[in-house]
Each structure stands twice: as structure tokens, then as C-alpha cells.
Design a protein around this ligand. Structure first.
Ligand code: NAP
Length: 255
């Protein structure tokens, strides 16, 4: 078998941060269904992580699936996570930076710690994982990096100055990194979900949910699986010519 052929037939391996629940879980399952060995990172919810691992494994009983507890907002821990993924999976080809939190409030009431917590995970955690994964991907001259942004990072949202700033920053990071890594055949894209039905959005009041759904052209919340499907496509060989893009999964909200 030529080197080129063995490269093509080799299974591409993936790390999904915040893969235990919600969108991250759907991304992990979609990647597993596409045949990618996967490491599911989580922060504290081991039961959810184990359930996601079980759902991934049922797509193919021989598929290597790992779970790894790590606080991605901590620099040393995030670096360790990526190194562990490279070691356990054999090679890290796909990185999905999905872990994210909200700490909503109007700016006059917002504590500095709410800004810091959101920036530390949503922006800095993404940055740390990208930087570490890029080292391995550059050596191999192949990679797919997918960052979970948000429509709020493009359009803004009252009550989410911290969160929208973090997601706008993720978009800037994505576009710059795409330019830095293109010569090594590494693509870097962002997904900008709109309103997706997960634990994160369950925290919203009934009134806010009603108003949000009303504002969506497709008149419904998105499903995590609808984001997972796009992530799996961006992670595929077929998406080789897509880089530096921000793609909405938002029922038309961002149109
Ligand atoms: P979610 O249901 O709240 O799940 C959050 C995930 O992140 C969980 O797996 C959680 O792990 C993990 N996590 C939290 N803090 C972490 C940390 N410090 N280190 C590592 N992992 C951590 O959220 P979601 O709605 O699926 O959102 C996923 C991503 O999509 C986020 O980046 C979010 O900003 C973005 N997004 C969501 C929506 C939406 O409508 N839901 C819209 C736009 C963008 P545990 O299970 O262990 O707690």
C-alpha cells in the first residue's frame, strides 16, 4: 500500500471538549457514526460522559471511545488533555472545541468574575486546545479544527455582553488560525448555532423561550443532532476546501 493510500484509509481520531451533554454529545455521536475514534471530554458530569461514550460505542463495537475529565479553562489541564488524546487515540486529527458556559446578566450587575469565567473557558480554553493540537496536526500535515461559536457572537444579545464577546473572539481566532494553518492542510472553521434545545438553554425563562422561538424563521428550537451533522461534515475529507468559515445552524435567525 502506498503511503498516500494508507493515509486515506487510516481512521481520523477526534477530541470533543464538553462532549458529555447537549451539542457536544451530538457531535461525538455524529463523529463516531462517521467512523472516527473519539475522546469525550467533560468537566464534572461523569454519568453523562459515560452515557455519551456508550452511545458512541453502540455505533460500532470496535470503535475506540475514551472519556476524560478536564477543566478546559485551566491552561495546564487543557494542554494535558490534548496530549492525552494524542497518546490514547494514537493521533489527534479532529479537534472540536465545544465546551462553553454562560453567566448572563445586564452589564451594570455583571461581576468581573462572570466575565472571567466565560472568557477563561469559551475563549482561552479554545485557544489552549487549538495551540496544543496544532503542534501535532502540523507535524502530520492534516487536521480539522471546529470551534463552537454562537449567533450571539455575530449579532450580540442584551444580557450576554460577556458571552457574546467570548464568541466573537472565537470567530476572530478561527479566521486567523485558518490562515496560519492552511499551508499544512489543516482547516479551521466555526459553527454558530442559534437557539438549540440543551441544558444551557433550559435555564431560560418560559417567556424568553417563547419570544426566541417566535423570532426564528423556522419557528422552532434546533436539535443538537442538527449541529452534530454539520460538525461531522466539517471533520470529513470532503470538507477539505472549507476553511476560515463561520456557518450558522440557526433556523434562519442569522439570515
Ligand atoms: P451544555 O448543555 O450546557 O453542555 C456544556 C458541556 O460543556 C458539558 O459537556 C459540560 O460538561 C462541558 N463543560 C462545562 N464546563 C467545562 C469546563 N470547564 N471544561 C470542560 N468541559 C466543560 O451546553 P450546550 O448548549 O450543549 O453548548 C455547547 C456549546 O455550544 C457551547 O460552547 C455553547 O456556548 C455553544 N452554543 C450553544 C447554543 C445553544 O442554544 N444551546 C447556542 C449557541 C452556541 P459536564 O457535563 O461535565 O458539566
Amino acid at each position: 500500500m502506498t503511503e498516500e493510500r494508507s493515509e486515506q484509509t487510516e481512521r481520523r481520531c477526534a477530541l470533543v471538549t464538553g462532549g458529555s451533554r447537549g451539542i457536544g454529545r451530538a457531535v461525538a455521536i455524529a463523529l463516531a457514526k462517521a467512523g472516527h475514534p473519539v475522546m469525550i471530554n467533560y468537566s464534572g458530569n461523569i454519568d453523562a460522559a459515560e452515557e455519551t461514550a456508550m452511545l458512541c460505542a453502540t455505533t460500532d463495537m470496535d470503535l475506540p471511545v475514551f472519556i476524560e475529565q478536564t477543566d478546559v479553562s485551566d491552561e495546564e489541564s487543557a494542554i494535558r488533555l490534548v496530549k492525552t488524546a494524542e497518546e490514547k487515540l494514537g493521533h489527534l486529527d479532529i479537534l472540536v472545541n465545544n465546551a462553553g458556559i454562560t453567566r448572563d446578566g445586564l452589564i451594570l450587575n455583571m461581576k468581573t468574575e462572570d466575565l472571567e469565567a466565560v472568557m477563561d473557558l469559551n475563549l482561552k480554553g479554545t485557544f489552549y486546545c487549538c495551540r496544543e493540537a496544532a503542534k501535532f496536526m502540523m507535524r502530520r500535515r492534516y487536521g480539522r479544527i471546529i470551534n463552537m461559536a454562537s449567533i450571539v457572537g455575530i449579532r450580540g444579545n442584551a444580557g450576554q455582553t460577556n458571552y457574546s464577546a467570548s464568541k466573537a473572539a472565537v470567530i476572530g481566532l478561527t479566521k486567523s488560525l485558518a490562515k496560519e494553518l492552511a499551508s499544512r492542510k489543516i482547516t479551521v472553521n466555526a459553527i454558530a448555532p442559534g437557539y438549540i434545545d440543551t441544558d444551557m438553554t433550559k435555564k431560560m425563562s418560559e417567556k424568553a423561550i417563547e419570544a426566541t422561538v417566535k423570532s426564528i424563521p423556522l419557528k422552532r428550537a434546533g436539535k443538537p443532532e442538527e449541529v452534530g451533522a454539520l460538525a461531522a461534515f466539517l471533520a470529513s475529507e470532503e470538507a477539505a476546501y472549507i476553511t476560515g468559515q463561520v456557518i450558522g445552524v440557526d433556523g434562519g435567525m442569522g439570515a
